[in-house]
Design a protein around this ligand. Structure first.
Ligand SMILES: Nc1ncnc2c1ncn2[C@@H]1O[C@H](COP(=O)(O)OP(=O)(O)OP(=O)(O)O)[C@@H](O)[C@H]1O
Ligand SMILES: [Mg+2]
Length: 223
């Protein structure tokens, strides 16, 4: 589903990803970890097609990112969605309208949109917030809305950058459990995080980056 082969990415002549190779199968849940500046966000951006490799190959579903055409990017974005660290929600719109947005862009009919948005909200225990303006929500609630918006189009791959960044441990665990559920429903999930709490006791694949290189790629052994 995602393959990196000998990938290099440079900013101002400095390599921020160096000879990165790995592959993620359909249906996997993978954590990307490593110290600040290791290249986690950059790696996700290469999958999302908002940055491109300088050397090597990045393949995502049927797309070859090193040679993808600009007009193919919207097609890629039907396959891959991104939960941004800063959410990037429309703060003055309601929760409902934020989540409906990707479906409206795809030209779906309002009568089809409504049940889908309400179903997702129900699954996230946010049904009662449908008509609330986003800026009135807590950080954890906004994080859930950002996730809802990312999954409403049924993408094959969801990328999340520090999805628990500003949340307390309880809210963080909720969010991670939510991603586990999304993964169980068949979606490939890649989460960049500093927080090793989420994977240290579980049998998850963890890809560790250090200074732009893959330092370790292993399932953590449960204890
Ligand atoms: N657009 C950019 N222009 C120049 N340098 C950049 C750019 N984006 C990232 N970098 C640099 O690339 C390196 C990797 O950044 P990246 O954001 O991928 O790290 P990260 O692992 O996500 O870090 P953090 O844990 O702090 O989020 C850093 O040294 C950063 O300064
Ligand atoms: Mg980052």
């Amino acid at each position: 589903m995602i393959t990196f082969q000998g990938v290099y990415k440079y900013y101002s002549g400095v390599a921020v990803l160096q000879n990165v190779s790995f592959s993620i199968d359909k249906g996997e849940l993978v954590f990307i970890t490593g110290p600040s500046g290791a290249g986690k966000t950059t790696l996700l951006k290469l999958v999302f097609g908002s940055e491109f490799p300088d050397e090597g190959e990045v393949k995502v579903a049927n797309f070859e990112l090193s040679s993808i055409r600009q007009r193919e990017i919207p097609l890629l974005r039907r396959v891959v969605t991104f939960v941004f660290q800063d959410f990037r929600l429309r703060q003055d719109l309601t929760v409902f309208d934020n989540i409906a947005l990707p479906l409206r862009i795809l030209g779906e009919k309002e009568r089809d949109i409504k049940p889908r948005v309400l179903e997702v909200l129900k699954n996230l225990s946010l049904r009662h917030k449908a008509d609330s303006i986003v800026k009135t929500l807590s950080g954890g609630e906004q994080q859930k809305v950002a996730i809802a918006r990312a999954i409403i189009t049924n993408p094959q791959i969801v990328l999340a950058d520090e999805p628990t960044g500003n949340l307390d441990p309880h809210a963080s665990q909720d969010i991670i459990n939510l991603f586990r559920r999304i993964n169980t429903m068949g979606c490939t999930v890649v989460i960049a995080t500093h927080n090793s709490e989420f994977f240290k006791n579980k049998q998850n694949r963890v890809l560790t980056l250090r200074e732009g290189r893959i330092y370790e790629d292993s399932p953590t052994i449960s204890n």
